[in-house]
Ligand binder design. Sequence first.
Ligand SMILES: [Zn+2]
Length: 347
Amino acid sequence: MNAASPDPVLAIDIGGTSLRLALIGVDGRLHGEIASYDMPFASDGAADLAGLFDLMTTHVERARQSLSDEPMIGVSLCGNVDLGSGDAILAPNLGWRNLPFGRLFSERFRLPVCVATDVRQAVLAEAIWGAGMGLRDFAWATVGTGYGGYLFLNGRLYGGAHGFAGNFGHITLDEVNGYPCGCGRRGCFETFVAGPAIARAGQAACEAGQSAILSSLALDGEVTTPMVFRAIELGDEAATAIVDEAIRLICINLGGMVNLLDLSLIVMGGGVTEAAPWFIERVSSDIRAYLMTTEAQRDLRVLRESMPNAALWGAAAHVFAAEGLFSGDVRGDVLEEGIVHRAIRAW
Ligand SMILES: [Zn+2]
C-alpha cells in the first residue's frame, strides 16, 4: 500500500433495517458489489451485535485475503457516535446506548477501525465525491426511519462541541401535543415527519374511517409508510394530506437551518425520500416559502444523494481522510477540527 494507490476500504453501513458492505477505492469507485443483509435483532429489540459480527466475518476475512493482513475498515452507524472512542452513545433505532462499538469491533476482528455516525459519513462522501465537491458550506438531511443530518461548514465537517451537531430532527416542534421520540424526549420534528410518523398517521386515518384505500391496502394489518405512498398514487386524499404535512414541516425545519447558516445546498437521502420520485422535488420547491432572503430563494439547491449509498461511501472516505491518503485535487483535510482522527485499535 502506498499513498499513490491505496487499497480500497471495506466500508460497512449499519442501518436501522439493513447492514451493507462494499469495497470502495480512494477514487470513490465501487470494487465488486454491495452486499446487503437484514439487520439482526435480539429478542429484547436491540440490534444483535454478535449476529452482526457473524454477518461481517466473511467479508472481513475476504478483505484480509485479497488486500492485506490488516485491511482498512470504515463503519457508518445510525446513531450518535463518539469520534474519538468509536462508542455508540445513543442509537435509538438499534437500541444501543453507550456501546463501545469501535473497541468491540477491533477486539473481535483484531483490526483497526474508523467509526462515525451515518449522516456524518454521508455528508463527507458528498464533500469528497458528490454534489458538495468544491463547496464550503452545505448540509445532509436524511428522512427515513429517523430524521436528521450533518453539516459541512467552512470547508470542513462541523461536529460542534461534542460531535453531535446536525441533529435538527430533534429540534422540538411540540412537546405538549407531540409524540415520544427515540431520543427520550417528546415532540421532536422527527416524530412528525420520519417514516414511522407517516405510517402512524396513516393508521390513524384508517381507524377514523377516512381512507378506504389505505384500509384496503393494510387489510387487517398495520399501515406502513410505503402503503401511504401507494395510496397517494391511487388518489387517496387522506394519504396525500399526511405526506403534504410531513413535507411542510420538513420545509419549515430545513428552511430555518438555511436561514441560520445561509446554505446553498442540501443533499437528501433516506427511505422516505426514495418512496416517491417527486418527494425531493416537492421539498425543493416548497422550502422557498420559508427562506428569508431572495438570494437563498434563488440559489438554494435540494438534491438527492449522488451515489447509491452515501453513508457507505462516506465510511470509506473517513478512513482515507483519517489516514491522509487523499491526494491531488481531492480535499483530504475536511474532517472535524479539534479531534485526533485515527482508527481505533483495541488488541
Ligand atoms: Zn428527539
